[in-house]
Design a protein around this ligand. Structure first.
Ligand SMILES: [Zn+2]
Length: 240
């Protein structure tokens, strides 16, 4: 290489080298900023419930009970989404007992008692246990609301948030039905209020019941119309 060529090529090589260094620097990712301790996001607390099974009276129910327990644990956050409220400390444990008894299931003192005979004949009815778990969470103490409110709330959570859509209750004879019919009818009415009038209705109603402050006036306060007028509108909508 002669002197003239070297004089031209050398500055060119220097320019190319500087440009390449800049390109690498630009492409390099910025070092990640460490979040400061007080701005770091705390992991969200998923509510859990510890379930003790008692199948000593009905050992043949052990497998079914274990499945019911798993479903209850899995759905506990969903139940609390509807039945939890600010400042409420949800129950952290319950017991499910299987007994050779009449009926379906009942809840008393935070303990769920299931009928072995019923669940042997209806092995797909896990929703009935979810309904009882709602009663554990409701835990109304003094000044209980009317029974149809308590059962309607538990069945709303069960049928409209746990069961598949095709199993949801239909009211067969709406002209003879009333919101006081309880269970599925009241649940369907509450679901209609949630969908057509105001969301979080059940959560608010349940919170009032827990504080011993249930009153029929709450329907007007939360959903804009007196209870009987809401029912009439609901009944009309079911005839369409
Ligand atoms: Zn019930």
């Amino acid at each position: 290489m002669n002197q003239t060529l070297r004089r031209i090529l050398f500055p060119l090589l220097v320019i190319v080298a500087i440009a390449a260094t800049c390109a690498i620097a630009a492409a390099a990712p910025e070092p990640k900023k460490q979040p400061s301790k007080d701005t770091a996001k705390k992991p969200s607390k998923i509510p859990k419930i510890e379930i003790t099974l008692d199948t000593s009276d009905s050992p043949e129910m052990a497998d079914w009970a274990a499945k019911a327990k798993r479903l209850c644990e899995k759905n506990y956050p969903m139940i609390l989404k509807h039945l939890g409220d600010k400042g409420f400390e949800p129950p952290s444990r319950t017991t499910i007992v299987f007994k050779k008894k009449r009926g379906v299931a009942e809840t008393s003192g935070g303990v769920i008692t299931c009928s072995t005979d019923y669940f042997t004949k209806h092995p797909d009815d896990f929703g009935a246990v979810i309904h009882e778990l709602c009663h554990v969470v409701q835990s109304y103490k003094s000044e209980q609301p009317p029974g149809w409110v308590t059962e309607g709330i538990a069945d709303y959570v069960r049928w409209f948030n746990f069961e598949p859509e095709d199993r949801r209750p239909r009211i067969h004879d709406i002209d003879r039905a009333n919101y006081t019919d309880s269970y599925q009818t009241t649940a369907a009415f509450f679901n209609w209020i949630e969908k057509k009038k105001t969301s979080h209705f059940v959560q608010k109603l349940n919170a009032a019941c827990r504080k011993g402050k249930y009153s029929p006036e709450l329907f007007k306060e939360y959903a804009g119309k007196p209870l009987d007028d809401l029912w009439k509108e609901f009944a009309k909508s079911q005839k369409k």
